[in-house]
Design a protein around this ligand. Sequence first.
Ligand code: SRM
Ligand code: SF4
Length: 572
Amino acid sequence: MSTDNTTSKPLAANEGMKITSRHLRGNIAADLADTSTGNISEESNQLSKFHGLYMQDDRDLRNPLKKEGKEKAFAFMLRVRLPGGKATAKQWIVLDKLADEIASPSLRLTTRQTFQFHGVLKGNVKKLVKGMHQALLDSIAACGDVNRNVMAPPNPERDPVQQEVYGHAVAWSEFALPKTRAYHEIYLDEELVAGGEPENEPMYGDTYLPRKFKTGFAIPPSNDVDVFSQDLGFIAIAQNGKLLGYNVTVGGGLGMSHGNAETFPRLADVLGFIPADKVNAIGEAVLTTQRDYGDRTNRKHARLKYTIQDRGIEWFRGEVEKRSGITFEPAHPYEFTTIEDPHGWHECADGNWFYGLHILSGRIKDVAGWPMKSALREIAEIHVGDFRLTPSQNLTISGVSAAKKTEIDAILEKHGLSNENNRSSLRLNALSCVALPTCGLALAESERDLPSILGKFEAVLDEAGLREDAISLRITGCPNGCARPYLAEIGFVGKAPGKYALYLGAKYNGTRLNRLYSPSITIDGAVTELTPIIKRFAKERANGEGFGDFCDREILPADATFHSVGTPRPAA
Ligand code: SRM
Ligand code: SF4
């Protein structure tokens, strides 16, 4: 058994898989070709993640199929790599068609600004990847122990600074891609590298990173990407319309396990300021430091946040400066005021427009009375600009001329979708993860129950006169944190069917985590519990005070320490 050099502890099983995988090839091709089962081996499943593919099964069908003595309903989820969430109208049409023809027909916009396909049968995987490839899209590194889809504010055409930041996000995404040709060989039938020059992963090395790694770019005053939840963050600092550089953040991450105090959500630390042309150099130094010092013996302790928590931010800064040859300047002042997506029509510096469209949980499908998928396909057919996916699972239709604006309005109107943005502020800001039936880790419902949960809270907010007040509510089916629930003013985290841990008191702008209010509560129990608190908030809040701040001040125990940006995390 291999062990970690410094601790002599055995390495996690995934480390062995990575090293023997011949740069992420393993047995995936043979497993995909095996028609005797819809499944693939556990090792191929772990390796496929690096290519953006997860083996799942429909959990609603588990029991009936078991009773019939049949195999589980296996199917892949595929996640597209889409830095900054940008897809052209032509790409939209291709993705829409692929979803109809060879996946579950819905498209899912994720909390990291990309698309997910669900329900892709094994025999259709190569067809899907090839179809995407023809539209210049891929799913490389969308999952796995590598730098994942890079997040950036979704409206770069708004002004030159946004444009430049988007460019840096794309450049860092490309720079940090694994170099292996495994994806092209397995799914696109590219000629095998074997026998030629041995491949090299100059930045990652043969075992890639100890765990997933996430990067986000934010432009104050908006913290739409929740920059403090990212392993690596870049906060743009601009003056008089010019980008000066970035404050760099490191060590954010949200995943935890119920009842395991060794795991916890953590907000990133600010390392300091760098000029704008140093993004890739600093990114590489951060990534390789984590590559070399991250814990490869325990995957629950392998994220960058634990490396920094254990070794200290001063040590980390020193290591990054040494590796990059760049000295951080003191961080520049910045202020985040919001996390909200801009909804409706907005005019840009270039005279074009963009339209922010609310899509609950990012689920794009056609249902009776709500043909969102068809409407967006029609828009894509006449649209000459882009689509941008937002960090809050919403959509932006961007680069729209005045003439096309009228056409788009007409399409939405025709399908009865012109009022999608006229919802309560609670609904417009709510996030939920996918959870059941596709997520193998879900302990409770999330996306499927969100509409009814929102309905219950909207009734309370209406009664308290708070319909227009932006309160963030996020729900996940387990403590992994995929909808970033620990940064919500009201956070529900699935524990068991119908039961959630309830967290309150995060700061609305994403700079303070919430705290546990109830370890296990039903949704109806939470509505009952929160109704008097919401009513008190309506009457007693200080001028401009958010619900999270009110709960933090009035409701949560005064002696409990909390973690916000700039304060050290208390010991577990
Ligand atoms: Fe996530 C695992 C869905 C954003 C933390 N996440 C999963 C898997 C793949 C389940 C699995 O491993 O079998 C989920 C697939 C569900 C499905 O059926 O589609 C899943 N995560 C999602 C998405 C689709 C949620 C959504 O509804 O939008 C998001 C896809 C993002 C993307 O496009 O790349 C998604 N996941 C996040 C985020 C939020 C973020 O990155 O901004 C987090 C918290 C931030 C963080 O990473 O700390 C997150 N997902 C996790 C974790 C816990 C990681 C940890 O450090 O503990 C897991 C489980 C794991 O890695 O072991 C996980
Ligand atoms: Fe699945 Fe848990 Fe992520 Fe929800 S938070 S998608 S239940 S892993």
